[in-house]
Design a protein around this ligand. Structure first.
Ligand code: ARG
Length: 458
């Protein structure tokens, strides 16, 4: 018998029940659901809406149900419809008539809005902590590779020399912003919907401020209809999660490229690679690839919820029951991805010699050679042209700029003197960067200190 059976003359078909049910996925909210019910029943008895004895019975019963759910002693079936019905039914089975009073001054609409917020507040905080751990690992790698010179790329073409520390610090910044974004998301989500009733509030003398304190929210939702209608907090979470995954995917893409024989910059640990069923020599960076791949499903989750919410009239619509699978999927994905990415980075073998060798090719000191001439008073555009011609010459001679003799250089500009070689040395090129936030060794030190400070405050 359904808890809402009263106005119906028929009971539903089993296939309709199964289609309508959310219990198979929203069962994961049982702790949050019971937490909400405990606060609600406490409030009802404090306000004299139910008696103290009834309040105490509800509390004991709910704790009992919680223990049984924790112990896996309650079986979930489609006839239970959703987690709210399941808990209420289990409660009434245990404590009898009083169980039926629990739902006074409440609707499943404000209940599910509460459960999802409680759940996401917890998960968002967990995910932020995992993000923090990832940034810590990245920072350790940064600190170990202050001197590891590598090519910096644009268009995936060698551009200017940098250090691995500098390159990875870029990711620290991205992930720090992600953690910030999730923090903002948490702050906005921190509003209590419980007490909104179905959509328009309730006729009882409830105390939402008490509920707010009991359930640890920063504010009470100001408008009951908004409280039960919107899922922007979940959308914001999914959007922030999508950006996290986009960053993780870019990092993984680089690790995949870098572990190819063509780059040979890094080698993932055996534990984070897999072999081929046919090619005995293969060692594939599957974990990095999977992280890149899972980015797609998180984007999909965001798009699913955006599409779900689009054009829904206020207030609650059953469509919204479909909000949970994408949210759960993204939470699971992030909680799987972030620790494994950190672990993979921790065990990654970096090959500094290979990186530096790559940095020696590709005329990456060309900009610095041009800057050298600028210091001699030549306008930058002319310097650019001169060095361009030198590069062309070098390509013909199969030489790097620094391998040209001074006489050869002087054929292109009389301003070249013996000190040019010191200027276009790879490390000198990096060290010469002076602007704030640059790749210079000094700037990298500053950046490390700043990242460390922001991490400590996270
Ligand atoms: N299982 C529902 C959901 O997940 C709970 C809210 C149901 N509300 C209703 N009026 N049918 O959205």
């Amino acid at each position: 018998m359904k808890l809402w059976q009263g106005r119906f003359t028929k009971t539903g078909d089993a296939s309709v029940d199964a289609f309508n049910a959310s219990i198979f996925f929203d069962k994961r909210l049982y702790r949050h659901d019971i937490r909400g019910s405990l606060a609600h029943s406490k409030m009802l008895s404090k306000q004299g809406i139910i008696t103290e004895k009834e309040g105490a019975d509800l509390e004991a019963g709910l704790r009992d149900v919680l223990a049984d759910l924790d112990a896996g002693k309650i079986a979930f079936g489609a006839d239970m419809e959703d987690i709210h019905m399941c808990v209420e039914r289990a409660l009434t089975e245990r404590i009898g008539e009083t169980g039926k009073k629990l739902h006074t001054a409440r609707s499943r609409n404000d209940q599910i809005a509460l459960d999802l917020r409680l759940y996401l507040k917890e998960e968002t905080a967990d995910i932020r902590a995992m993000l923090k751990a990832l940034i810590e690992t990245l920072t350790e790698t940064v600190e170990a590779h202050r001197e590891t010179v590598m090519p910096g790329y644009t268009h995936l073409q060698r551009a200017q020399p940098v250090t691995l520390a500098f390159h990875l610090l870029a990711y620290c910044q991205m992930f720090l912003r992600d953690a910030d974004r999730l923090g903002d998301c948490l702050r906005r989500m921190d509003e209590l919907p419980l007490g909104a009733g179905a959509l328009a509030g309730v006729t009882y003398d409830t105390d939402r401020e008490f509920l707010r304190r009991e359930l640890g929210f920063a504010r009470v939702c100001e408008n009951a209809m908004d409280a039960v209608s919107d899922r922007d907090f979940a959308l914001e979470f999914l959007a922030d999660a999508s950006v996290v995954m986009m960053h993780a995917s870019r990092l993984c893409e680089e690790l995949i490229l870098w572990s190819s024989a063509e780059f040979g910059f890094v080698e993932p640990d055996d534990a984070f690679s897999t072999g081929s069923s046919i090619m005995p020599q293969k060692k594939n960076p599957d974990i990095a690839e999977l992280i890149r791949g899972k980015t797609g499903r998180v984007y999909g989750d965001l798009l699913a919820l955006l599409t779900l919410m689009k054009a829904l009239p206020l207030a609650y619509n059953k469509d919204m029951q479909e909000d949970k699978p994408p949210v759960f999927d993204t939470v699971d994905t992030l909680k799987a991805v972030l620790p494994i990415l950190a672990a993979m980075l921790k065990t990654l073998t970096v090959k500094p010699a290979r990186m530096e060798e790559a940095a020696r090719g590709g005329f990456m000191n060309a900009t610095d050679a041009a800057d050298y001439l600028v210091r001699k008073g030549v306008p930058f555009r002319d310097c650019h042209a001169i060095i361009g011609r030198i590069v062309l010459y070098c390509i013909g001679e199969n030489k790097a700029i620094e391998n040209l003799r001074i006489e050869e250089l002087r054929q292109f500009s009389a301003h070249f003197e013996a000190d040019i070689y010191a200027h276009i040395d790879l490390r000198a090129c990096i060290g010469a960067k002076r602007s704030e936030g640059s790749a210079s060794f000094a700037s990298v030190e500053k950046q490390i200190a700043s990242v460390r400070a922001r991490l400590a405050a996270l």
